[in-house]
Design a protein around this ligand. Structure first.
Ligand code: COA
Length: 237
């Protein structure tokens, strides 16, 4: 279930997506305090290539600001629907505690940093509980409504979404496969991860709009898809 409003351009703009246990709400400029615990968690960040600047609130704010400036951004914070009773530490950390003394916990971030690329990072405390599967399935269901089909001829139209993940990132690969993504190729030494010793291979996955042919597959056969932001910009120009 999702809650939509109209963007200034008049397109449907999903604000909130509900699942059985989660709320996905659109990333906004004031979310640094919620994201910092995730972006500064070593286990959550081990498969990403730039960790250092995100260990501070300022670094997290820069991460958000840089994303909010992207035309193809479609990113959501993932919150638990159930509330957590606040401890003294939570109060000290400035958590958004309500009158009943509880707060909604942000457990991850998911979506597209640049449509049609998909990414996600959850707090390690919540790994292995099925939350990422629940969130990604719900996100992808609504993705097809927000991204126009290629047949529409509209700007920013795509009939696929793609994701690249380290070949050894088993939870991420398993998550993608559970959510209907299929492996397109293995990229050799295709991204830099200093914390894992430098250049690493990644596995490139894609999922295609239900009822369409796999038109994006040939594009994914090269590294060209990584520059997809250029394509989106070009199409809207
Ligand atoms: C990738 C990530 C979102 C998966 O989150 P999660 O909480 O484990 O996801 P789920 O609980 O929904 O589980 C997804 C699948 O991965 C499997 N899995 C989770 N942890 C695993 C592990 N350590 N080893 C093997 N499989 C694992 C789960 O069992 C499940 O598959 P199954 O249902 O067939 O058993 C999470 O590990 C994460 O945020 N990692 C750090 C960020 C990251 O790597 N992002 C991708 C960068 S490209």
């Amino acid at each position: 279930m999702s809650s939509d409003s109209m963007s200034p351009a008049g397109k449907q703009f999903t604000q909130v997506i509900y699942t059985e246990r989660l709320i996905l709400r659109r990333l906004c400029a004031t979310d640094a305090e919620y994201l910092l615990p995730i972006l500064s968690n070593p286990d959550s960040m081990q498969w990403l290539n730039d960790t250092v600047r995100r260990r501070t609130i300022q670094g997290t704010q820069e991460w958000i600001d840089e994303r909010l400036a992207r035309p193809g951004l479609d990113t959501f914070l993932v919150e638990l629907l159930s509330t957590t009773q606040a401890t003294t530490t939570d109060h000290q950390a400035g958590k958004d505690v309500n009158q009943e003394g509880s707060f909604r916990e942000v457990i991850g971030v998911i979506g597209s940093p640049d449509i049609p690329r998909i990414g996600y990072i959850f707090h390690a405390k919540y790994f292995g509980k099925g939350y990422a599967t629940e969130a990604l399935k719900a996100y992808m269901n609504s993705y097809w409504n927000r991204v126009p089909p290629v047949s529409s001829g509209e700007s920013g139209s795509f009939d696929f979404a793609c994701a690249a993940t380290d070949v050894d990132n088993t939870p991420s690969r398993r998550l993608l496969e559970k959510c209907g993504f299929s492996l397109q190729r293995i990229g050799k030494e295709s991204y830099d991860n200093p914390s894992k010793g430098g250049l690493r291979d990644d596995a490139v996955y894609a999922i295609f709009r239900p009822g369409t042919h796999e038109d994006g597959a040939s594009l994914l056969a090269t590294d060209e898809w990584k520059d997809m932001s250029v394509r989106v910009t070009t199409r809207t120009g």
